[in-house]
Design a protein around this ligand. Sequence first.
Ligand SMILES: *[C@@H]1O[C@H](CO)[C@@H](O)[C@H](O)[C@H]1NC(C)=O
Ligand SMILES: *[C@@H]1O[C@H](CO)[C@@H](O)[C@H](O)[C@H]1NC(C)=O
Ligand SMILES: *[C@@H]1O[C@H](CO)[C@@H](O)[C@H](O)[C@H]1NC(C)=O
Ligand SMILES: *[C@@H]1O[C@H](CO)[C@@H](O)[C@H](O)[C@H]1NC(C)=O
Ligand SMILES: *[C@@H]1O[C@H](CO)[C@@H](O)[C@H](O)[C@H]1NC(C)=O
Ligand SMILES: *[C@@H]1O[C@H](CO)[C@@H](O)[C@H](O)[C@H]1NC(C)=O
Ligand SMILES: *[C@@H]1O[C@H](CO)[C@@H](O)[C@H](O)[C@H]1NC(C)=O
Ligand SMILES: *[C@@H]1O[C@H](CO)[C@@H](O)[C@H](O)[C@H]1NC(C)=O
Ligand SMILES: *[C@@H]1O[C@H](CO)[C@@H](O)[C@H](O)[C@H]1NC(C)=O
Length: 272
Amino acid sequence: METKSGTNFVLKNLGPLILLTVSVAMSTRGESNQIIVAGAAVTLACPHQRSSLIVWQVYLKNGTSCYVSYMSEGNKTQKNCSKNVDWVSTPELDSTLLIKSSQMSNEGIYKCSTLNNNGTFDSEHVLTVLVPPEVSLTQDTNGTVVCKATAGKPAAKISWIPPGDSSTASEILPNGTETVTSIYNTTSAKENNLTCFISHPAWSKSYILNISQVDNEKIKISTILYITLSCLLGILLLSVFIYLWHFFYRRQKKVMENKGPETISRQNNQVN
Ligand SMILES: *[C@@H]1O[C@H](CO)[C@@H](O)[C@H](O)[C@H]1NC(C)=O
Ligand SMILES: *[C@@H]1O[C@H](CO)[C@@H](O)[C@H](O)[C@H]1NC(C)=O
Ligand SMILES: *[C@@H]1O[C@H](CO)[C@@H](O)[C@H](O)[C@H]1NC(C)=O
Ligand SMILES: *[C@@H]1O[C@H](CO)[C@@H](O)[C@H](O)[C@H]1NC(C)=O
Ligand SMILES: *[C@@H]1O[C@H](CO)[C@@H](O)[C@H](O)[C@H]1NC(C)=O
Ligand SMILES: *[C@@H]1O[C@H](CO)[C@@H](O)[C@H](O)[C@H]1NC(C)=O
Ligand SMILES: *[C@@H]1O[C@H](CO)[C@@H](O)[C@H](O)[C@H]1NC(C)=O
Ligand SMILES: *[C@@H]1O[C@H](CO)[C@@H](O)[C@H](O)[C@H]1NC(C)=O
Ligand SMILES: *[C@@H]1O[C@H](CO)[C@@H](O)[C@H](O)[C@H]1NC(C)=O
């Protein structure tokens, strides 16, 4: 019921508006591109503030449309756009539109048409929403380092310092964001420090991630050292053991040798 009356309202009022646009020489038109980072609020201005009729028509990127309108006669407002698209304050004071938290689904063309005694005015905004990616830099055991920018819009750009043997691939996700993965082969890398630069229009500066293979080398060196030390310690302990064993064995042998004649003499004594 409400949608129907909304349709009627828009049609009834847009009819003369369209006619006026054609016939009135003073009609003006403004256009702008609004680029915003997802989650941020955006205001879309409609240049002529006090009007008898203000209609915001929204053509969303997914093919659907909606409107937000105001008529001074009877102080009537109507809309069928989503909750987060509304007037910035009250339309009788301000015709500006506010998107509280812009999302990819809000992307599209926002067209404002106003009507007052001086004529009709159109202004159009093209809204683009940027989604910053999630970033990561990881080291694989098979000699590769992976730099990843997940679910960004548009796709992020990845570069390496030092530039080396790397390959970059991107994958488009169902929701329109893109994941970019760059794999760096460290086998022939001459330097130990690897830096991955990720740039994206949602950021003012590149994201810098670095990884030090020195740690890896250090781990290898220390492992070798540990093994060597353990071996040396083992050998040392073994030598000590052998030495001690020999020492005691000989002593025992000596004792045995010393004991030998005694027993014999004792035996001799018994005989005697
Ligand atoms: C809003 O109303 C217009 C005009 O009646 C219609 O074309 C559009 O599909 C409606 N949009 C939504 C989201 O209901
Ligand atoms: C129009 O309506 C708004 C709220 O819907 C109200 O704040 C405002 O005072 C009204 N203006 C007039 C002139 O009635
Ligand atoms: C288009 O986007 C709007 C706003 O998010 C949503 O309400 C509507 O269901 C979507 N329509 C389609 C066909 O995806
Ligand atoms: C019409 O234009 C005149 C002069 O440009 C301006 O003073 C007046 O406020 C305008 N009227 C409306 C309703 O915008
Ligand atoms: C290296 O390992 C990663 C994951 O651990 C794998 O995706 C990649 O294909 C491997 N590369 C080769 C050449 O085996
Ligand atoms: C898009 O999809 C990916 C994975 O399905 C998800 O991680 C990401 O948050 C989504 N982004 C948006 C803006 O919906
Ligand atoms: C890295 O490059 C070397 C030769 O430069 C190659 O033998 C090796 O397979 C590569 N490793 C990966 C994971 O692509
Ligand atoms: C690598 O980084 C470490 C600290 O993270 C630094 O001490 C070292 O000098 C760097 N090496 C090179 C070759 O840049
Ligand atoms: C990357 O390297 C820079 C200097 O070379 C250093 O300031 C920064 O802390 C490093 N970042 C990480 C995550 O190690």
